[in-house]
Structures are given as structure tokens and as C-alpha cells.
Design a binder for this molecule. Structure first.
Ligand code: CP
Length: 307
């Protein structure tokens, strides 16, 4: 039995197979309509979500399976003090696979240690969000035709943005990847990402605070929201929340074949006027999330690809 807790839980070859499967699903959706008949997915969400929870549920329904779960800690027995370990023991009796989002870093890892079904980390605190990364990789590969030899700009809250941490960890395994890390001083990537991921893998990167200057060199711009829920002090959040606003003027500085991604939800960091730009790919990205999660469910449940 396998879990997905961190993007590195899959090798590059396994990721390639999973993205290939997601691509086949995208183009042949009806073929997959019954591959998970009789299987159940539990979504255990201790934190708010729109895309991740609902795309997981859509994914399982598209595969012919069923879904159950809770959308907030308040509507589960966590509100009465039940531990993650006890909850997952129970869920293992009710479902075949589960996706868990939790505000505490490492909670899905703890769940995996007490689980008899595959556990998928659907976001743990400011740590990791590996299924967003699968979505991001699928999106980049579909848009650019490759996952190597790219200059990727990551902009916004690089400190608390778990999607950023997971994406960096996944992309450093491809050749010719350069990062431009664009953030205010207080929201730079955590030290362990610099030392244990970027430096250790001899990846080229620079840390800057000016988005305009970075725009012309980027192949991908990955915008992120300032993560209000991770701040201890509201004054700091208010001071930093509008550090970057991508608008039509800034888009004029970018290459014609540069694409803008965002894990969403957005607040102010991308002006709605950018939505009409053909390089704005964040809504397509959310659609790809369904295919990536369908492929992931099939992979972890060891479901054969239909002929
Ligand atoms: N991208 C993402 O995780 O969105 P949700 O918080 O809506 O799930």
C-alpha cells in the first residue's frame, strides 16, 4: 500500500506515467467511467477548500466510485477531541482511500502510520500540497510541452505557500530548471528549501523583490496568495497582502509564450483584467486538477488502465 504525502514519494518515472495517464483520461474520459465501481473515497478536510476537495470528489465520481467525508473539523468528531490517529482507524473501515487536509504540518503523515488505506496529503499547514503539484506539473507539461529547461518565477507568499514548496521540490528533479523567487523579504522561501532542496540539487535560482524586472525572463509565472490564515499578526498580513498585483501592464513585459499559473483561490494578486489574456492559465489548471487526481486515485488503488 502506498500513500502520497510529499511530491518525492513518486519517482520522476512514476510522475511521468501518472501525467501520461492523466493525459489519456483528459482525452478519453468515458473510457474511465467504471474503473472504480464499488470503491469509496473519503475526504477528510480539517481546513477550508473548494478546488482540492471538490476536484477529488469529482475525480472519484468520474471513475465510477463514491465519496464520503467532512468539509470542516467542526463537523467531525475532531471537535470533540478525537485524534487524527483514531479518526483514520475508523475511516479505514469505511473507505478504500482518503484525502486529508489539515492545518498541522505532518498530520497526513501521522494518519498514514495508523491507516490501512492509502492516505493522500491534500495540504498540511504551510508544508506541502503534493496533489496541487501533480496538477501544476500536468498544466506546465500541457502548456509548454516539457518539464525541463524552463525559467519559473514564483511570486508572493513563498514562506507559507505550501504549493510553492511542493512545486520546487518536484521541479528540481528536471534538468535546466531555473527559479526566480519573487517575494518581500519577510515572505522568502524557508531556509530548508534553499539549503536542502535548491542548493543540494545545484539548482540555479535568485531571490528578488521586483516582479516587473523579472517578467521578461520567465517561461512560467506562478502567482500565489498571501496566506492570511498562517499569520500570527493581522497588521503584518495587511501590510504584505498587496505586495504584488499582476495586471495588464505587467503582462506586457512578459514573453508571448509565458503562462500564468495560480493554485487559487486568488484575492488581489491577479487583477481580473488578466483573465482574458490567453496566457492566463489558472482556470485551465483547476480543470487539469481533476484529471491529475483521477490518475492518482487509480495509481494508489492499483486500478488497471482500461483498453
Ligand atoms: N489550490 C487549492 O488548494 O485550492 P483550495 O484551497 O480551494 O482547495
Amino acid at each position: 500500500m502506498r500513500h502520497l504525502l510529499n511530491p518525492l514519494d513518486f519517482s520522476v518515472e512514476e510522475i511521468t506515467r501518472l501525467l501520461d495517464l492523466a493525459g489519456d483520461i483528459e482525452h478519453n474520459l468515458p473510457k474511465y467511467a467504471h474503473v472504480c465501481d464499488g470503491k469509496k473515497l473519503a475526504t477528510l478536510f480539517y481546513e477550508p477548500s473548494t478546488r482540492t476537495r471538490l476536484s477529488f470528489e469529482a475525480a472519484m465520481l468520474n471513475l465510477g466510485g463514491s465519496v464520503l467525508g467532512f468539509a470542516s473539523a467542526d463537523s467531525s468528531s475532531a471537535a470533540k477531541g478525537e485524534s487524527v490517529a483514531d479518526t483514520i482507524r475508523i475511516i479505514s473501515c469505511y473507505a478504500d482511500i482518503c484525502a486529508m487536509r489539515h492545518p498541522k504540518e505532518g498530520a497526513p503523515l501521522v494518519a498514514s502510520q495508523f491507516s490501512s488505506i492509502p492516505v493522500i496529503n491534500a495540504g498540511d499547514g504551510g508544508h506541502q500540497h503534493p496533489t496541487q503539484t501533480l496538477t501544476d506539473l500536468l498544466t506546465i507539461r500541457n502548456l509548454k510541452g516539457r518539464l525541463d529547461n524552463l525559467t519559473v518565477g514564483l511570486c508572493g507568499d513563498l514562506k507559507f505557500g505550501r504549493t510553492v514548496h511542493s512545486l520546487i521540490e518536484a521541479l528540481v528533479r528536471y534538468t535546466g530548471i531555473r527559479f526566480v523567487l519573487i517575494s518581500p523579504q519577510e515572505l522568502k522561501v524557508p531556509g530548508y528549501i534553499r539549503t536542502d532542496v535548491l542548493d543540494k540539487n545545484h539548482v540555479e535560482y535568485k531571490e528578488v523583490d521586483n516582479l516587473d524586472e523579472a517578467m521578461p525572463e520567465l517561461d512560467i509565472l506562478y502567482m500565489t496568495r498571501v496566506q492570511k490564515e498562517r499569520f500570527f499578526n493581522e497588521e503584518d498580513y495587511i501590510r504584505l497582502k498587496d505586495s504584488y498585483i499582476l495586471d495588464r501592464q505587467k503582462m506586457k513585459l512578459a514573453k508571448e509564450d509565458m503562462y500564468v499559473l495560480h493554485p487559487l483561490p486568488r484575492v488581489n494578486e491577479i487583477s481580473v483584467e488578466v483573465d482574458k489574456d490567453p496566457r492566463a492559465a489558472y482556470f485551465r489548471q483547476a480543470q487539469y486538477g481533476v484529471y491529475a487526481r483521477m490518475a492518482l486515485i487509480m495509481t494508489l488503488l492499483e486500478v488497471e488502465k482500461p483498453c
